[in-house]
Design a protein around this ligand. Sequence first.
Ligand SMILES: [Zn+2]
Length: 432
Amino acid sequence: MYEIWGGWVITSDGIKENYSLAIENGIIVDMGERNEMRKKYKFDDSIGKYHRIVCPGFVDAHMHSYQIATKGLTADKSLLEWLKKYIWKWEGELTKEKAKACAESAYLHMLHCGVTTFSDYTSVHHVDEAFKAAKKFGMRAVIGKTLMDRNSPPKLQQGTGTCLKESEALIKKWHGKNNGLLSYAVTPRFAMTSTDSLLRGCKKLCSKYKVLFRTHTEENRNEIKWEKKTYGESIIRHLDKLGLLNENALLTHCVWTSKKDIGLMAKRGASLAHCPGSNMLLASGTPDIPYMLEKGVNVCLGTDVAAYYNFSMFEQSRLACLMQKEERHDPYAMDHTRAFAMATKNGAKGLGLHNTGEIKVGNKADVILLSTTHLAFSPLNDVISQIVYSSFPYAVDSVICNGKVLMREREVLTTDARKIMYRAKEILGVKK
Ligand SMILES: [Zn+2]
């Protein structure tokens, strides 16, 4: 048994000062005032200092590790130009070695940003590399092969049967593995590249193996016209008819989703992965997050890398607030408390993960320590507000996932960070 402690601990019950968590077998088994805890237990190790904030690990509910090599090349493009000229081209050329380098460098970057749990949409091929990297790092990961069975480039499009067969094989190989840290998600890319028979097959897999269903929906205004023409209704209604809109569904974007459909999402218990940075960078628009929250939709946050360029959940929380205030000319449209919940406990719920996302007794020890010796926290007046509006990933001091220390005082313990960075430069760099 060991302790994690700090001057401020963000628990499910509010912020506690000079507080300590007792960790055993990956679980927070007790917590309380530090002096009391030290009398009560004999700890083998102590992680923390007074000048630390103990915070739930961030949950990045939507990212694409295999796209990170396009960093810097794809900025300031339209969604379709970004997708067709760069992303699909890159994904089509992906080798096993490049997939490994992408996954490892993405997860390393996330670790430095205080992310303990993530939802990675890999590409069509070499999905094993992402699972292997997540296992090596010791992070909590929901990973899935992207499925495309129509309107797609030849190197990425597969037959419906192949999409489903390969997904099922990956579920059997990885779902629930590494002490439950790895989960599978059935992942059709989006409506335009998914036939109805593929979606029906996805439904069968989700029901049979109790795995998450996730897809991109209504990111761009043009998709709405296409849905009307193709289905005679919205993709949200269509997914509902196919039995895919339920508590097990995590939709991403919903920028142009109607109020009526938001009501349906709430009724069915579906979650949203909101990616404000990506929506702004690709000029997709502003989703009606305040209305979604009012209706009771579980809203999570995602970086959507590589439709964005870094894995900072501090930044996405901040953008989630700023985007709504600016759009509505209303300073109360979104606040730091709700944004912080989206980046932590809502994310865990949206990924179907229980006992994580919050610091409380009985939950998994998925926590990070933030250093308050940085100017972002000097003076320290409001912990959550300053995490959302003032902080950057450099404040992340230590990262613990499932009770295992993955980074301690900025040193990554589970992998060779320098080797990964070197390989990323060598293998992924664009030769000019
Ligand atoms: Zn995406």
